[in-house]
Structures are given as C-alpha cells and as structure tokens.
Design a protein around this ligand. Structure first.
Ligand code: URA
Ligand code: CA
Length: 434
C-alpha cells in the first residue's frame, strides 16, 4: 500500500477502504508517513468529505493508535458526558453528583482549561487538597463505591488524534465535520465510555456558529456511535451567552453547590436536567427522559446530590468545608460593580469575549504555563432578554488586583449589547439527536 495512492484516491472523490484508513493512521502515528503527505490527505478529505463508514473507521483507527482504558472492573453502564466547550460551563460539577447519586457510575476524565474556556480540574482544585492523581485501582474502586471519580487525561489516549489535530490546526483543515466528530469520539471511546452524551454548543462562544453546523456535527457523532456500538446522544445547546451566572473557578464551584441545593440559575439546571436525563436513560435506569428528570430533581430536593458531591470531594482528598459554608471558598479581595451605561434590553453577551475577560483577571490560562487565580472571575446579574435601566448593576467583577478589575469592568461593558428593542428569543436547547 502506498500513501500516494490513498491521497490520489481521495483527491478523486472516491471512498477509502478500512485497510487504507488503518494504514494511514498507523503509519502517520509511528512517523513513517510524513506531515506533507498527511496534510495532502487531510485537505482532500476536507474537500471531498468522508462517508459514515469512513468516519467510523477513522475514529476506531485513532482509538486503536494508543492505550484504551480498561474500565471493565466498573460495574454498570459507564455513560460519559462531553461538551464541545463553552464559557462558564459548570455542568460536569452538577451532573456528576446528580447522576452518581442515582447509582450510575460516573468515571470522568477531565482536562484543564486553556484560553477562554475553563477546565473542570481547575475548578475542583478550589477544594484544598483535592487531587486527580491516584492509582488506577483506586479510581476504579472509587467509582464502584461512590459512583463518581474524576481523573486526569492520560497522555496515551488516541495519540493519532493528538498528532493529527496539531497538523489540522496549521493546515486549515480543522473545520470538517468528519474530522471533528472522529477526533472527539476517539478520545471518549479510548477513555472507556460504554455510552456517550454530547453537549454540542452553538453560538458565538462555540466552535459551531450556526444550529445547522451543530446538527451536522451532532448527527455525525451519533452515527459514529451507532457504527462502533456505543450508544450516543447529542444535545445541541446555546452558547451565545455564558451559561449560568458565574465565570471563574471558585465562583463556578459555588454556583454548582447552589444548583445542587436547588437554588442555582435556571439555565444551568435545565441544561443539566436535559443532559442528565439522557445519561440516566442510556444507563438503563429509567424508561424515558421524563422519568429520568423526576429522578434527577429528587436527588436535589432530597439532599442526595449535595451529599454525593461532598463524598466525592472528600474521597479525592479535598477539604469539604466550602460545601457546607461557601464563605470558606477562596474569595477575591475586591468585588466591583459593573453598572449599565444605557437603558434597554440586553440583546447579547459576547460569550467568548467574557471568557477572555475572566482569563485576563486570572481565572484562566493564556498559555499552558499560566498559574490561575481560583478566586477571581465574573458574576453576570443580567442575561439576554433582561431589561436594564442606566446605572443598574449588570455584573460583578471579583478581582485580586484593582487595575485588572477596572479593565475587566470595561471589558464587560464592551461585550454587553444593550438595545431599545427586546432580542428575539434563542432556545437554550435546540435539539436532541438520537
Ligand atoms: N475538539 C476536538 O477534540 N477535536 C476537534 O477536531 C475539534 C474540537
Ligand atoms: Ca456558570
């Protein structure tokens, strides 16, 4: 088999065989196929696309390029949740305890934040002593006994994806549906998921800017799941404004605690119920999402979910004082008001820019080496559709440096679009693809 022929075939718009896809992924990962040939194939795929079978084959070839986590020692159906990335997205912290408290195993591999999006691991480190470093048998034991554990991403999962993603990034071949879908799914499957619930974000703050693009991506991932025997559901949800009110690590932890106690923001709870009910159904614990929603709500009203959260934090070494009393969570020195400079309806809150403002306050990383400040961030008091009068508080900045705080206030004002007329309504949940 020659790489030249594979490139030529795809250039002509023909379908690649399983063997050809395996040959490419295997030999690109081990360094036999050079970047220039891989780039040429990626560009041919970009223009001529791949069908469902090719996309599923590419996914499994990337899964098989490295370690596949063996989580067979965990009892029950392991349902993983994955978000394509957003701002102020606190869902994992809320969903984990809710779903886990129903006896469904949640074995989560999470990453750190980079750029304008936050990472679950950083948020969890708000609890002093909390660690994701643990031997595999402890991780498995925690999932079996507590039903919830969060570990770090190991370096050896889907190495082919890592290498190809880096190449796509510099060859203008990232935004192809098959390539994105296989990239995301390969990592979830290698991480041991039996079933997968995807939160495909759409809007300005997301990868997918239009609902049509998001449906296409969600549909492609559901198809991959079908082909490779992993039940997959994709929820397409809004990321045209940050989720919930809080953006920042300790602030989002506090928001998660509030939500687990039934006093969180409505949009965050609603998204968690939608994602969570699909997880519960995939795990085989409810006959439909209506029943699953009721079960999930009960974990909040009965106090089971918050108790589960505490148990989980404690099992991974974290101090749980801040759960009983959120005033014990890391606090910023300055809490600064952001007041509206005009009257009208909030039409837009530029999500990505708000993420960047939070990052510059110290809540996120500009580079991999940046040290984050757990206490700082933003709390949005007004969201899209709200009416504000001049001088009303629209947000608070939590800062440890007054100058940075002043800059953040400016940044927030620049990214709230206030107009005389009300905005047209955007749904929180666009669609659920099964
Ligand atoms: N996220 C991924 O993991 N892969 C892509 O290709 C795009 C977004
Ligand atoms: Ca939030």
């Amino acid at each position: 088999m020659r790489m030249y022929d594979i490139i030529h075939k795809k250039r002509q718009g023909e379908e690649l065989s399983t063997e050809e896809i395996n040959f490419f992924v295997e030999n690109y990962t081990n360094g036999t196929i050079p970047d220039y040939q891989a780039s040429a194939l990626l560009m041919a795929i970009f223009f001529n696309k791949m069908n469902k079978r090719e996309t599923a084959d590419l996914t499994m070839a990337m899964v098989n390029s490295g370690e596949i986590l063996d989580l067979s020692a965990i009892e029950g159906i392991k349902v993983d949740k994955h978000s394509t990335g957003g701002v102020g997205d606190t869902t994992t912290l809320v969903l984990g305890p809710m779903v886990g408290s129903l006896g469904i195993p949640v074995a989560k591999m999470s990453g750190r934040g980079l750029g304008h999006t936050g990472g679950t691991l950083d948020k969890l480190e708000t609890f002093k002593g909390f660690t994701i470093e643990m031997p595999k048998d402890k991780f498995i034991n925690n999932v079996n006994t507590i039903k919830l554990a969060v570990g770090g991403q190991t370096g050896d999962l889907a190495p082919a994806d890592k290498k190809l993603y880096a190449l796509r990034d510099v060859t203008a071949t990232v935004d192809n549906t098959s390539l994105i879908a296989s990239s995301i799914m390969s990592k979830k499957i290698a991480a041991g998921a039996d079933a997968i619930v995807l939160d495909v974000k759409v809007g300005e703050g997301a990868f997918m800017k239009t609902p049509e693009n998001a449906y296409e991506l969600g549909g492609a991932m559901v198809e991959i799941g079908k082909h490779v025997g992993r039940n997959t559901i994709a929820v397409v949800s809004d990321m045209d404004q940050p989720l919930g009110k809080a953006v920042g690590n300790a602030l989002e932890v506090e928001e998660a605690i509030n939500t687990l106690q039934g006093k969180g923001p409505k949009d965050l709870l609603e998204l968690c119920l939608t994602l969570g009910s699909n997880m519960v159904v995939l795990a085989g614990k409810a006959k439909d999402t209506d029943e699953a929603r009721e079960m999930l709500m009960e974990t909040i009203t009965s106090g089971k979910a918050i108790k589960k959260f505490k148990e989980f934090i404690s099992a991974q070494g974290g101090n749980t004082e801040g759960i009983d009393d959120t005033s014990k969570l890391p606090k910023a020195k300055y809490i600064m008001e952001v007041r509206a400079e005009e009257e009208g309806y909030v039409n837009k809150i530029h999500a990505e820019e708000i993420g960047i403002v939070a990052m510059e306050l110290g809540a996120g990383r500009a580079t991999k080496e940046s040290v984050i400040d757990l206490a700082v961030g933003i709390v949005l008091e007004k969201k899209r559709g709200d009416f504000v009068k001049k001088g009303d508080i629209i947000a608070y900045v939590h800062a440890n440096d007054e100058k940075k705080g002043e800059k953040a206030i400016r940044g927030i004002l620049n990214n709230y679009v206030i107009k005389a007329e009300a905005p047209k309504e955007i749904p929180l949940i666009y669609n659920v693809i099964r």
